[in-house]
Design a protein around this ligand. Structure first.
Ligand code: OOG
Ligand code: MG
Length: 263
């Protein structure tokens, strides 16, 4: 069992790496006992540190590594989750400065907002859809604190699943108006199509990723509360961003989201 001091030490060093914008080495090499369960304790502590320092609050969750494209890209073969904070949300209409980031990447996602509590351990896809107030297109900026985005499952969990910022698009759609499995997605950089995908790329159905999250949270006595935002995971590989990039994505029958990056 990883000592409490070690959990504190890892959380503090990930917190500083993000704040000061530098990369750290993977922790599993130094602490071979760091497994996924312990890493979620590190994540909890990291979130406490961030809430305190940024005077912010929790607004939801994010899923990661829910598509085969992302799992292959990162060499990790199970999904992970992280916490979304109010301070991570950027407006679609304001350019995003690249200044605070280490090596940011961006990826297209489907965001869910819930009207009811969702509590595991045996939540199904129809129950997720029934508890969903609406879905909308989203862009997630990920910025792993590890050298070259290279990590193991436990490392990425400790690092709040590489989360950095997110942008919600519109409009808000009711999930019963569309079959999210079949929803087509087009991802563009500077007007050129970079990737295309469908909702099914996220664990067969984006709501299945949410069900996985809820059932996993039940193991630690947590649930999704009404009003929470959940990013269901990238629909394709993440791409690097540089100054001047215009990134856009559209979801068939749902809507679109775009953003611009500056220095
Ligand atoms: C981990 C986070 C992955 C997603 O949507 O798959 C993620 C990473 O790739 O750094 O957010
Ligand atoms: Mg993501």
């Amino acid at each position: 069992m990883l000592h409490k001091d070690t959990i504190e030490k890892i959380a503090a060093s990930l917190f500083r790496a993000e704040k000061e914008g530098f990369e750290v080495d993977k922790f599993v090499d130094q602490y071979p006992d760091l497994n996924a369960d312990l890493a979620y304790h590190v994540q909890e502590r990291l979130i406490e540190l961030k809430c305190e320092a940024e005077q912010t609050i929790r607004t939801g969750r994010k899923l990661g590594l829910t598509s085969v494209a992302k799992q292959q890209m990162m060499g990790v073969h199970e999904p992970v989750y992280g916490v979304l904070l109010e301070s991570m949300q950027m407006s679609e209409h304001t350019p995003v400065s690249l200044e605070p980031f280490i090596h940011p990447k961006i990826e297209p996602e489907i965001a869910f907002v819930f009207k009811r509590e969702l509590k595991g351990p045996s939540v199904s896809v129809p129950e997720v859809l029934d508890a969903t107030a609406y879905v909308m297109p989203a862009l997630e900026i990920i910025d792993s604190r590890y050298q070259n985005f290279s990590f193991t499952l436990a490392d990425v969990i400790a690092d709040n699943s590489s989360s950095s910022r997110f942008i919600l698009g519109g409009p808000c759609s009711k999930p019963d108006n569309t079959d999210l499995q079949l929803t087509g997605m087009v991802f563009k950089k500077n007007g050129r199509v970079i990737s295309t995908s469908t909702g099914a790329s996220v664990m067969g159905h984006p709501a299945r990723a949410i069900a996985w999250l809820v059932n996993k949270l039940a193991q630690v006595g947590q649930s999704i509360e009404p009003g929470e935002i959940v990013l269901s995971g990238a629909l394709c590989e993440a791409i690097s961003i540089t100054d001047g990039d215009v990134i856009a994505m559209s979801l068939d029958g749902i809507g679109s989201v775009s953003t611009v990056f500056t220095k």
